[in-house]
Design a protein around this ligand. Sequence first.
Ligand code: NAG
Ligand code: NAG
Ligand code: NAG
Ligand code: NAG
Ligand code: CU
Length: 679
Amino acid sequence: MASRVVTPALLLLLFSIFITFSPALCLKQHPLDPLTPSEFIHIKAIIHKAFPAQNLTFQYVGLDEPEKYTVLSWQSKSTTNTKSPPPPRGALVVTRLNKQTHEIIVDLSTRSIVSSKVHNGANGLPVLTLDEQTYANELPFKHEPFIKSIRKRGLDISQVVCSGFSVGWFGEAKSRRTLKINCFYTNETVNLYVRPVEGIAFVVDLDEMEIIKYTDRFIVPVPKGEGTEYQASKQKPPFGPWLRGAPVVQSQEEGFSLEGHTIRWANWVFHLGFDVRTGTIISLASIYDLEKHKYRRVLYRGFVSELFVPYMNPTEDWYFKTFFDCGEFGFGQSTVSLEPLTDCPVNAKFMDAYYAGQDGTPVKISNAFCIFERHAGNILWRHTEVTIPNKVITEVRPEVTLVVRMVAVVGNYDYIIDWVFKPSGSIKLEVGLTGVLETEGVKYTKTDEIEEEVYGTLVADNTIAVNHDHFLTYHLDLDVDGEANSFVKNKMVTKRVKDPKIPRKSYWTVESETAKTELDAKLHLGLKPSDLVVVNPNKRTKPGNPIGYRLIPGSVAGPLLLEDDYPQIRGAFTKYNLWVTPYNKSEKWAGGQYVDQSRGDDTLATWSLRNREIENKDIVLWYTIGFHHAPCQEDFPMMPTLSGGFELRPTNFFESSPVLKVRTVSPKHVPLPNCTTKN
Ligand SMILES: *[C@@H]1O[C@H](CO)[C@@H](O)[C@H](O)[C@H]1NC(C)=O
Ligand SMILES: *[C@@H]1O[C@H](CO)[C@@H](O)[C@H](O)[C@H]1NC(C)=O
Ligand SMILES: *[C@@H]1O[C@H](CO)[C@@H](O)[C@H](O)[C@H]1NC(C)=O
Ligand SMILES: *[C@@H]1O[C@H](CO)[C@@H](O)[C@H](O)[C@H]1NC(C)=O
Ligand SMILES: [Cu+2]
């Protein structure tokens, strides 16, 4: 963690730049820009002034984003060349102080506290900081009974590492703010997750930062983890398969431009933001319409709202493992630096991100994002005309897309979050799951020895990879050509042919149904065929079709837990694959504002019970990408990326194909590297 901290010298530099050029910076600033290092420093100072000599921890510091109409009116007044002054900047600060959660709004323009209150609403606790998890993970090593337990197992304490797990909520009326700790035996390797030390568990009180419970219940062998080395430099032959790094050939001119956090590429313009709880935030995505000679609005704001990962081992040592990676662990602060050339291609540009550490000091994640044009060898569109006598006409356009990538690593799992923009107007949201599985140590080495229920797959000696789900719920505030939108289900229904003279018996047709209230839009997808379209009911194309954007789901998965099971009450927002709500600035986090130890009383599912009107309103879509993961041996010891995703695609948004007249800068204009061909 130390390497991430911004050095005092750098801070001083940033600070002086801020002071010297602050008016210029201000004008350049976009109202949705993430908080800057100097803003974090100001916030820390303002909070410490208001709460002097107190042991206060910063659990969340993020932009208190302006109201939507403020941002939109700023945008309409700003042109490419002249920026209108941005609205006042504010920050939302959540602290822990005297065992209470404080919510503080800071006005950065006046450097003052606008409001400060103790949170006493819905149950739940703020995001865990990385620092408090680090402190908690060190506590076992000062705990004598634990040291004895390790010795009793014949293990060397210097090879043990411990890791914290959120505790969930299982019906307790009252609970302290705690973290459970499990430990692993590295045994001179780095792949700890494949070597759990079972039977040992701690509960740490995070406000007191002390162990309040320690148990050593049973001993099973630590899995040997043979053949699980994943560091290339330490692996032994045989190697393979061999892959050649394919060069990316790109015109010298950059295909996209970065101005602050605003990205322009092909016909797209959008803003790339960052938040400690979610990572990537895409805002104000608009696409240029050649016919209308203007940018048209598509998406006001989109981000991963929650990531729910319940494990399916209901035993004493495992039942609580039902994680909420955004609300509990902070998906943004779990973002890791991307490796040039491997995480992202050679033509990628990188962007850093900052968040406030537990003491309020800015922490830098360098290369948190990469942005690159993807020349994947795919075809944007093509046609070969062979019907005209004595003529063959072929027209092909290669596809180029723009990718915005981040990778969040929450403990063992790596999530690759991609936003892919296409010149056709589509936005593809893709997630890749890779990393190391969570495993349980057992006494078995063969499946036919197993004599009790196990909760996953025996993937190696003494190693069960435990069954689990991944549910990523996206917040998608679409503004299709304006805020007032409706959600339409275009259902495909089978019809019987009525005319007896026609030999055909059936066909299908489309029946449209506009959702009036939230209830009409809660959907289990995958069973009945339908196109799900967000339309602007106030605008039509020339032929008269409603202007829209369609959501094309990927493979869908819903919860398999019982509805009255505690994790499912907390994760009730996964009950439907799709929800639509009216826009409300405070409804951002599907699992609630405070998710750690939450009780499900502030989730998308509870907000939606109001069954508000959503027709011709500013609406938000919530779509969940789900995976049921019953691990297999190939997922071990390092899981090859498993991908999922969905697409937002224009549907009667343009008058005709927006890429008919696309022009590609052909690589033949580009100086190719000198190659030698072997024959
Ligand atoms: C504040 O809390 C930290 C972590 O619990 C502790 O190490 C430190 O001693 C505390 N400081 C004060 C002044 O109480
Ligand atoms: C640790 O590694 C050594 C060498 O690979 C091996 O002999 C030993 O059995 C391992 N210990 C455990 C507990 O896995
Ligand atoms: C916005 O949402 C919050 C949380 O659900 C709710 O308390 C509040 O009343 C809502 N505001 C409006 C205007 O509906
Ligand atoms: C290729 O090699 C030739 C001859 O050595 C050299 O003149 C030319 O600049 C090289 N081109 C590139 C793109 O490196
Ligand atoms: Cu998985």
